[in-house]
Design a protein around this ligand. Structure first.
Ligand SMILES: *Cc1c(COP(=O)(O)O)cnc(C)c1O
Length: 401
């Protein structure tokens, strides 16, 4: 315990307290398991908020990264490099789109989507300069930049960061009539998570996303899908929107695109929409770098096999079946989600989400709470059924009294 306590005390003294991590200090990890500095093992049921869909230390990803590390890691976009074209071509193909604009973090990709939509609005749609509006949903999570938190409804994420960026309109999630009413001739885009992750894995009502697609098409408004957390296999499909048979105008991707190895994000769209950019109008020193492209190319190749999506679908059915059984006991109030992704509302009489998470940690399972008494479960897609069952057994034990 001494090593753990020292590491935590030191982190608390010298790092800003913008996080409140569980008191565990990880030293190594493999697949769905992490080992702390004292040698204790934990089942990772968070998977870096889905950045680790393919598990820790995935051989294919580590080998791809190592090989690229020995060749060239960074060129900047001032020059071409030999992994760039393949990355863009194959990612566009995976998405059924034409063009890619690579960035690094999710928030940067969302910023890129916002800039793209505004520029498209002025250059292509003909919206009067400076008046473009983007509609977003309440309880969204799209990242942490000043512009993005300007359209957050989460006071914790937003307070004391003003003045806020204008040009956004917030409507209730899942409410088509409200969306319709909010649209004007100056609306350039609707930006949504197909499933709201940070809000507690909220799945919108059936038909909502298809309705958004119809409304946006009818009003010549871009449908931007933030699939940073929901995309790339998590829900049992490559994209969560596929469950509704919906194709957006723009995908925003991140997290798992970098395989948990490096930050890789991208906006993927049509040539007409991403074609609005001219040299110098947007960019990033690290966006689309050779190391990022090499890792992401491996991620794309793995997703093309379909096996991770299938695993997520099959194990996800099992996960939701088991969690559903827990609702009969009263300790679990509601379970939401899709595929290997669940938001679980625990009866507050059993403790806060944080307290439940701490008890699970003591039993060797790592999850993250969100909003009150909700915990979310999102293990790496490579988790074995036996390990998943063991993790669920620990949850059952924590909720037994
Ligand atoms: C995590 C996340 C982001 C932000 O990604 P960062 O890499 O943390 O900047 C944006 N949108 C959604 C839906 C996310 O889950």
């Amino acid at each position: 315990m001494a090593t753990t306590d020292r590491a935590i005390a030191s982190a608390e003294a010298h790092s800003a307290h913008n996080y409140h991590p569980l008191p565990v200090v990880i030293a190594s990890a493999d697949g769905a398991w992490m080992t702390d500095v004292e040698g204790r093992r934990y089942l990772d049921m968070l998977a870096g908020y889905s950045a680790l869909n393919f598990g820790h230390g995935n051989r294919r990803l580590i080998d791809a990264a190592k090989a690229q590390l020995e060749r060239v890691t960074l060129t900047s976009r001032a020059f071409h490099h030999d992994r760039f074209a393949d990355f863009c071509t194959q990612l566009a193909e995976l998405c059924g789109m034409e063009m890619v604009l690579p960035m690094n973090t999710g928030a940067e990709a969302v910023e890129t989507a916002v800039k793209t939509a505004r520029k498209w609005g002025y250059r292509t749609k003909g919206v009067p300069d400076g008046t473009a509006k983007i509609i977003v949903a309440a309880d969204n999570f799209h990242g942490r930049t000043t512009t993005i938190i300007s359209f957050s409804t989460d006071e914790e994420a937003r307070a004391d960061y003003g003045p806020y960026t204008p040009g956004f309109e917030i409507v209730p999630y899942g409410d088509l009539a409200a969306l319709d009413a909010a649209m004007t001739d100056n609306t350039v885009a609707v930006l949504l998570e197909p499933i709201q992750g940070e809000a507690g894995v909220l799945v919108p009502p059936p038909g909502y996303l298809a309705g958004v697609r119809e409304l946006t098409r009818a009003r010549n408004v871009l449908f931007i899908a933030d699939e940073i957390q929901s995309g790339l296999g998590r829900t049992g499909k490559t994209f969560a929107l596929e469950h509704e048979g919906v194709v957006p105008d723009m995908y925003v991707l991140g997290k798992a695109l970098g395989g948990g190895v490096v930050p890789v994000s991208a906006v993927v769209s049509s040539a007409e929409i991403l074609g609005v950019f001219r040299p110098g109008e947007h960019g990033s020193t690290f966006g689309g770098n050779p190391l990022a492209c090499a890792v992401a190319l491996e991620v794309i190749a793995m997703l093309r096999t379909g096996e991770y999506q299938q695993r997520a679908a099959e194990l996800g059915d099992h996960l939701h079946h088991e969690l559903g059984l827990m609702t009969t006991g009263g300790a679990v109030e509601t379970v939401r989600g899709r595929g290997l992704w669940a938001g679980v509302d625990i009866s507050p009489s059993y403790g806060t989400g944080r307290e439940i998470s701490e008890k699970l940690m003591d039993r060797g399972v790592l999850v993250k709470d969100t909003h009150g008494s909700t915990i979310r479960i999102a293990p790496p897609l490579v988790i074995s059924k036996e390990d998943l069952d063991w993790g669920l057994e620990q949850l059952r034990a924590v909720l037994t009294r």
